[in-house]
Design a protein around this ligand. Structure first.
Ligand code: ZN
Length: 359
């Protein structure tokens, strides 16, 4: 996006009567612009409208492919943390590429006849507008699910706490309902993904470490998850298919534990709803320290820690992950390669996964 951004959509007042949040937030403006030009390939839905500072911010979901929620699905999420603007841009960039491919590429057209791509590129628009991690109520949406981590010290604030909304990583008050954004994501995932036997999700974040990580559950525990063999099979498939890929794949618990992780919560709930199915939510944690290392002045601004600041580095990031999304889209369409395993193969992959990640 150039610095001026695309034009503001004609409809400049939101449903709550406030001014359109697109006026105040370039990432939302870009997303609505792309959504407005998807033509017949997509369905655009507003899951909720968040009011802040006289602006209405829509929580936008986009669906490509068939309407049947039993079809295999790849779901992409970004902007859960308001400072991590690059996540929204990475997901929106892929949406734009996919919509263009759907216009002319017969392979993509055939793929979208049987496979769904679901996107919520900007989960926390108010947080992004306010330039902070949490949402408008100062709640960290990725610590907001009703799940407690095991064996975590109460001093480990980073993993989520209920001390005060003035501190980052606040989970929300005990017993309070989930925040509108977190609730809307969960309801949408239940409706759109739970009926499917094979689904992958990628939630794009930034700000941790100096390499790009792909995390799978759990964040709450060091216990291996039930579909570890399928994750190991997917990892080996990625290693074989893209031998030079850049990702470190590991359970989030290898790095740190956290309360209230939405993906832990939804993964467990899916297991109950669809015991034979395979739903793998991944967090793509972009290693932002690389950008800071190359341009150390960035370290002095909150946005600089989480986002590439120089145009060439930003463009590199926007194109760097497209092959991953394409790979995952092919993987949900071809589950026999990794998600439909014989008992014998599961056994073998389980011991490999345990040895690699849980030793
Ligand atoms: Zn994040």
């Amino acid at each position: 996006m150039n610095s001026a951004g695309p034009e503001i959509p004609a409809k400049s007042h939101g449903p709550q009567g406030g001014r359109s949040g697109a006026r105040a937030l370039p990432e939302l403006r870009e997303l609505l612009f792309v959504a407005d030009h998807l033509g017949g390939h997509a369905r655009v839905e507003t899951l909720a409208t968040l009011e802040h500072g006289g602006f209405d911010f829509p929580l936008v979901a986009i669906h490509l492919g068939p309407n049947d929620p039993r079809c295999p699905a790849l779901a992409l999420f970004g902007g859960v943390h308001g400072l991590e603007r690059i996540g929204t841009r990475v997901v929106t960039a892929y949406l734009q590429t996919l919509a263009q491919l759907a216009n002319w590429d017969r392979g993509t057209q055939a793929l979208l006849e049987s496979t769904r791509v679901l996107l919520i590129p900007l989960v926390n628009p108010v947080g992004m507008y306010l330039q902070r991690r949490a949402n408008g109520n100062s709640v960290d949406l990725m610590r907001n699910a009703p799940v407690d981590a095991e064996d975590m010290s109460p001093w480990h604030l980073f993993g989520g706490h209920r001390i005060s909304p003035r501190l980052p990583w606040y989970r929300g008050a005990t017993g309070a309902p989930m925040e509108t954004e977190a609730q809307a994501v969960c309801d949408w995932v239940r409706r759109e993904i739970f009926p499917s036997r094979v689904a992958l999700a990628v939630d794009v974040h930034s700000g941790y470490g100096n390499l790009d990580r792909l995390w799978f559950p759990y964040a709450r525990s060091r216990t291996p998850l039930a579909t570890l063999p399928e994750i190991m099979a997917l990892k080996k498939l990625l290693d074989r298919t893209h031998a030079h890929h850049v990702y470190r794949i590991e359970p989030q618990s290898c790095e740190y534990l956290a309360h209230g992780d939405l993906w832990d919560y939804l993964y467990d709930e899916y297991r109950v709803a669809q015991p034979e199915g395979v739903f793998t939510p991944l967090t793509l944690e972009l290693g932002s320290w690389i950008w800071v290392k190359k341009n150390w002045r960035q370290a002095f601004s909150p946005l600089g820690i989480f986002n590439p600041r120089l145009p060439h580095r930003e463009r590199r990031t926007l194109r760097r992950h497209i092959f991953l999304f394409e790979f995952l889209l092919r993987a949900v369409r071809s589950p026999s390669a990794w998600a439909e395993l014989s008992a014998e193969r599961r056994e073998r992959l389980l011991s490999q996964g345990l040895a690699l990640w849980y030793d």
